[in-house]
Design a binder for this molecule. Sequence first.
Ligand code: GAR
Length: 214
Amino acid sequence: MSKLKVAVLISGTGSNMGALARATMDPDYPVEIVLVLSNRPHAAGLELAQEHGIPIRVIDHTGYDSREAHEHAVNDALRESGARLICLAGYMRILTDGFVNQWRGQLVNIHPSLLPSFRGIDTHARALERGVRIHGCTVHFVNAELDGGPIIAQAAVRVEPDDTPESLAARVLKAEHELFPHALRLIGDQSVRWSGDDAVKDLNVSSSDVARME
Ligand code: GAR
């Protein structure tokens, strides 16, 4: 079985990348990680990737004059790695439309909310402020709209009366660690792909995704 080659972009802890790396230890898992790339030299996830024997690259955005120049370097590294799918796993950089369009259908993101609710940052605090009873996380294909591309899989998390943004974030993160490998398995198995022009209607799903209450 030839496995889907994946590159994971991180900026920090990299716990989602770690969950994915653990999933790839199963010989039947249809995905292999060929590169972990960080825009921050001290991202803790880099060490974690090395512990898993995964090649790492640091392309520090502060060393480039423009977003485009940094992305150009990132893109070269991704092409060199042979990756066919790029996963944004806590990669805290806004991507240009040019980059997103180049990797159309081959670029996925994990986001800590049930999209389309709570796009952007501070999702857990905003969810609590809004008083939602159910929160969660989403893996989606990336398009030019912030957190707006076709949804691949979601997991739901119950909001408890005494939740703080931190306690809620911790439970959502736990759900992310299951959801991310699950979503990548769907892509690796070719159960889901984004082929057409339309953001949602052209997503081909032949296997059910998850909706789990933690
Ligand atoms: C995760 O909760 C991920 O969903 C979020 O950052 C965290 C990274 O954690 N991503 C975003 O907010 C992107 N907008 P990790 O580095 O431990 O995987």
